[in-house]
Design a binder for this molecule. Structure first.
Ligand code: FAD
Length: 501
């Protein structure tokens, strides 16, 4: 079944506007949430409201050449559906996997596309969210009600990527493009291209266009860590040769990958210099002894303070050694009519400048929320384990992992929320809110994620807008899958933090 067939299957009852649970967003988190509700809480009514005309979120809206995951799909895929392809997957492959999850679990009837939530108001008297929605296709304004909001709207502004303001941009005579809003049929063939940025997007885009451009220059202020490796998993290949069934292979591959990642993360803390030397040696292997790896591929921070991008088959480095791509590490002074003037005084000329400069973080999709008529500023809330927020009843936000695959949290939060719904039913209550214990009310607040733990630019720029953390582990967003996979199932739903009515 194609993606179009999947989205064409309409919800069975378009008229219903009240649900036990509304899932916001049909990306990998929202489709996962719908699966877990169907599987674990079959009695609950729910709908998935999605602003776009199709599912996929990130993997639908990013269309730049070469778009692919930088996580392996054994762990970026759901735990309940085996991944059969290569570890690193294209957006198209991820969309087709999600389409299969929708079809195999009859989820299409729950999804309403072109339904953008514009505001949400909680009434304590009615124990109900009232959600305003605008339809993208008809322009109609609709009102939905739900007992619980399962927020799966992602973590960045989908409308526009982040592009810094540089002097002279207006005078530049070429084209400036952000990968998040890649123009259809954009022609870069035979052109001189500069890609500003050093993250996974630049590393993906450059090898994909290098062969077709006259030349591509990766222009970075400072370098990033990369792990080059083959896009294959030897253990999986071996198990397949032995005829082991795919559900087992999926589980074994996940465990092995997560075990290795835990070790890598621990080494980044225990022996950062040794790990750093190993990572740089693997880059040197591709680029040869004469290449200035110190200047262009040696970051200032310790490994894992920002995501380490996997470079399948070293394709980025192959582009550099072939001469089709090159790296410049310098600061931008300003744009000129022909290109970019660097602080060193050098001018780089380009027909096209691609700003792979990242995202704008978005707090709960920028949707205006109110509780009993009072608007919510999430920066004033404290988070319960990066899932729920003080003062905002019956709402959870799926904010996945950065160091491990995002989707690992989709699955364990699915288990937690379904357990919470069953617990509420057993208690015959309709409202749950989290409140700090009295003794912790005046303890100092910490940022959503500590800068020393993880510090990419998009988080640093908007950290002040994010919910805060408290001093105890249950009031923190640890970004640590390995501790949460045991901690979340062990949460006592009657512990002090939870208040039911
Ligand atoms: C290019 C790129 C590559 C990435 N690669 C990886 C990777 O390899 N591994 C990894 O772990 N993470 C990766 N990430 C992070 C990635 O975004 C997440 O892993 C994951 O895809 C997020 O899924 P999501 O469903 O939570 O959010 P999204 O994919 O952002 O989807 C959210 C959905 O909610 C909808 N929505 C938003 N607001 C509203 C509203 N008001 N009303 C209705 N609907 C709304 C959106 O239209 C969208 O469809 C990558 C991100 C990018 C941008």
């Amino acid at each position: 079944m194609t993606q179009t067939d999947t989205i064409k299957r309409k919800p069975s009852d378009q008229a219903t506007r009240h649900f036990d649970i509304l899932i916001v967003g049909a990306g990998i988190s929202g489709i996962g949430a719908a699966y877990h509700l169907t599987d674990q809480c079959p009695g609950k009514s729910f709908a998935v409201l999605e602003a776009y005309e199709t599912f996929g979120g990130t993997w639908h809206m990013h269309t730049y050449p070469g778009i692919r995951s930088d996580s392996d799909l054994y762990t970026f895929g759901y735990r309940f559906k085996p991944w059969l392809g290569t570890p690193i997957a294209t957006a198209e492959e991820i969309l087709s996997y999600m389409g299969e999850v929708i079809d195999e679990n009859d989820l299409a009837r729950h999804i309403r596309y072109q339904h953008r939530i514009t505001s949400a108001n909680w009434s304590s008297a009615d124990k109900l969210w009232t959600v305003n929605v605008t339809r993208g296709d008809t322009g109609e304004d609709l009102v939905f009600t739900a007992n619980f909001l399962w927020m799966c709207q992602g973590y960045y502004d989908h409308a526009k990527g982040y592009t810094p303001e540089w002097d002279g941009m207006d005078a530049y005579q070429g084209e400036i493009v952000h990968p998040q809003t890649w123009p259809e049929n954009f022609d870069y063939k035979g052109k001189n291209v500069i890609v500003i940025g050093s993250g996974a997007t630049a590393a993906t885009l450059i090898p994909a266009i290098a062969g077709d451009c006259k030349h591509v220059t990766l222009l970075q202020r400072s370098p990033t860590y990369f792990i080059p490796g083959r896009n294959e998993n030897e253990l999986v290949d071996e198990l397949r040769k032995l005829g082991i069934q795919e559900t087992w292979i999926h589980e074994i591959a996940r465990r092995k990958i997560l075990f290795d990642q835990a070790e890598l993360t621990q080494r980044a803390i225990d022996e950062p210099e040794i790990l750093k030397a190993e990572l740089l040696a693997s880059v040197r292997e591709f680029l040869g002894p004469d290449y200035d790896v110190d200047k262009h591929f040696t970051p200032k921070y310790r490994p894992w303070q920002q995501r380490i991008a996997f470079v399948p088959d070293g394709d980025l480095f192959q582009g550099i050694t072939s001469g089709a791509a090159s790296v410049v590490t310098d600061h931008i002074d300003r744009f000129t009519p022909k290109g970019i003037l660097l602080k060193s005084g050098e001018e780089l000329e380009a027909d096209i400048i691609i700003t792979a400069t990242g995202f704008n973080l978005s707090v709960l999709g920028g949707i205006p929320f109110a509780v009993d008529g009072k608007s919510v500023d999430f920066a004033d809330t404290v988070t319960y384990r990066g899932m729920m927020f003080t003062g905002v009843p019956n709402l959870a936000w799926v904010f996945g992992y950065f160091r491990a695959s995002w989707t690992l949290r989709v699955d364990i939060m699915g288990d937690f929320l379904c357990r919470l719904f069953k617990h509420m039913d057993a208690k015959r209550v309709k409202q749950v809110r989290v409140e700090l214990p009295h003794a912790d009310k005046d303890t100092p607040r910490a940022p959503w994620i500590e800068e020393s733990n993880f510090n990419p630019g998009y988080l640093a720029r908007s950290m002040h807008l994010m919910p805060k953390c408290g001093s105890k582990p249950e009031w923190q967003h640890t970004q640590d899958y390995w501790s949460e996979r045991d901690a979340l199932p062990a949460i006592d739903l009657d512990e002090e933090a939870f208040h039911y009515e």
